[in-house]
Design a protein around this ligand. Sequence first.
Ligand code: ANZ
Length: 859
Amino acid sequence: MSQTPPPATPSHAERGFDAYAIQTKWQALWAEHDPFRAGGDDDTRPRKYVLGMFPYPSGDMHMGHAENYAYVDTVARFWRHRGYNVLNPIGWDSFGLPAENAAIQRGSDPREWTYSNIAQQKESLKHFGTSYDWSRVLHTSDPEYYRWNQWLFQRLYERGLAYRKESPVNWCPNDQTVLANEQVVDGHCERCGAEVVKKKLTQWYFKITDYADRLLDDLNQLEGFWPQKVIRMQRNWIGRSIGADIDFEIEGRDGVVTVFSTRPDTLHGATFFVVAPDSDLAAELVAGADADVRLRFQAYLDQVQRQTEIERQSTDRPKTGVFLGRYAVNPINGERLPVWAADYVLADYGHGAVMAVPAHDQRDLDFARAFDLPVKVVVDTTAPVTGAIPVIDVDDEGVPLDPDGALAELDPATTGVALTGDGRLINSGSLNGLSKRNAIARVIEELEAAGRGRAAKSFRLRDWLISRQRFWGTPIPMIHTEDGRIVPVPDDQLPLRLPAAQGLDLAPKGTSPLGGAEEWMATTDPETGAPARRDPDTMDTFVDSSWYFLRFLSPGDDTEAFSSRLADKWAPVDSYIGGVEHAILHLLYARFITKVLYDMGLIDFTEPFATLINQGMVLLGGSKMSKSKGNLVEFAASMEDPGADASRVAIAFAGPVEDDIEWEDVSTTGAQKFLARAWRVAKDVASPTDVVWAEGDTALRRVTHRLLADAPGLVEQTKFNVVIARLMELVNATRKTIDTGAGPADPAVREAAEVTAMILDLFAPHTAEELWEILGYEPFVGLVPWRQADPTLLVEESVTAVVQIDGKVRATLQVPARIDGAELEKLARADERVARALGDREVVRAVVRPPKVVSFSTK
Ligand code: ANZ
């Protein structure tokens, strides 16, 4: 973006206040003096690491991005004023699909698009007045960065945390690529709309499930520091269930099939057995079946493979399935259970098979009713669960009598509603009479004793699929040898650089474009020197962003990924600021990698982000700003008009940080007027710079000092809009003192103007620097320590109120100047002299004019 001055419309130079000239001037001075670099080892101030989620270099920066940069800058500037050595770096998350797609369209190299967008964004950010430490810029697509992704991959591989497996993945037949679950919308590809299918592929995974318990339990540490909503989303995503693994035999088959159940207490109520149709077990079981069963199964499997996991999990669909002609044996009572294949059982949850208990599980009940399978109630949910174990009257067959018919009325086979609540076990041999909880404990004991089961947990969390069949990413540093081994590229050969894009077909075709880079693919086995092939896939870009906050501590270091010594000093990040769209995956992956690095002994903390701030979205016409919808206010354009400071103030003033902002409701004109008013106040200050601060108009001084005292708490609670409202109040009070009070030479006026400049720096740094200079100081106000509030000025001013009864003054009271009417009347009535004067006369009218008069009329 060019900085040629636009025409001087009134918005640029409102009565002498030329916002554009001011921002240009200060940006040049910041560029020259670089005042916002983090202090080095000899800096003795306490440290704060402030980080905004780093941008992707797309070409369409709009006010939604601006909002994030503005808030990050406010927080960074705040801590500098508070006396901290602040680290506030910026970098680019610069690998990924949009660059590759742009390259395909233009027949160019993704590098060109990426780095020219980065250059443009850098310029824009500088014109926004952000106080980054520009000496630490990193780009994840630089080999100097992605080398360390490869290093990280090797470390995970050594620890058994990076592995390859074949599994069904979401596949977009049009884009010819794997999709993450969240890229599948209603069964269609989020990008191109094609119907997504399941396909079996061999891919690299990171074993995040090994950390599932810790990822869940450590969320407790973040309570109160992360938004509650994000913590809840993380918990749900990890989804821990507690229960038991139970081993079933299948007639005519060796070995056992294990199922996971959260309700092992209902084991006696199992009436059939279900396997996922796309599991290996289903294929195995059907192999020996009749031709007719095999045909029906195959047709069913084809149908199932066209669905997404989300469709499969939705409960409001008719149940479908195929009987496989086999029987499982209930390990606790030897009953034969018909084995079905049905799509409501997922291949990759638990063990891909379930014991079906239709009386107590809704999905099983729906299935049983659809296929006419038996329903057996084993928990009497009408029985109280507290108190002693009741004596249950049973009939000759051990079935409990149900004298009032309460249980019979609830029979799931007829009502269609499964009994999922707590109660007392029935029809369950040794478990009879126990409550659900006790029955679970007992049945686990019995299964353990018999060697047929054990306590177990299951997680919704899946391992992290990191392979991508795309060009613009970190090459996976593994080698496939001729004799079928897979070996790491040795550390001293890293980075394994991407080849040039020229001559490669980047178009999606199901295999990575790198496979076509013949020279690049050909390598040698590091152990034997025999010819070998590289791995053609690249890594998910979430790998890049899982540890970048550590790289900012020593971005130019080519000897290690990051410095443990510096991590001890700076990390974890104190304030991490970004959009809620990253509430799940990015944060989860960064938390996982942090724990791995902790286990490697490289860092001494287990959570990467001590506090998290999620800003809301910026909307235009009710929907999120986006290029594809054509509803955006461009970031670069708004730097010129209304200017960086007015945009920033308007955004921060629009509402609480976490709320969405409708750009149509944002008043940049109001913000411009406010800044011009503050500037004119500074111009009017006539007292010398060396006046004694503790003098002058007391009312104005109280406004100034209350703001000094309150602003830090408000900023820490991210109530930026309130701080701006209070600043406006201060500027107005100063103006009033200049025009109608003690005048421009009053020391209190100077004091107020100086405090305005310092606090305004959080939101409108160019204007703040200008005010500071007008007030006679050397730059930079951005480095000025926070002024201490004078405690004596914080005490509420008190005034004398008179209390009249029927026109006669009966008492005077000292009350706070800001008292409200109700409180004043209460104090008046409570006063002893007033009470005495009133006696038992009834008050018919009370006129209250806070803070000075209360007047009672009596009968
Ligand atoms: C028997 C049973 C009886 C169950 C009962 C529940 C209630 P969450 O809470 O989501 O972890 N299940 C196990 N593996 C499954 C799979 N691969 N696909 C679909 N369902 C599966 O759910 C755990 C329960 O979901 C397990 O407990 C199992 O059904 C089922 F009254 O076992 B339950």
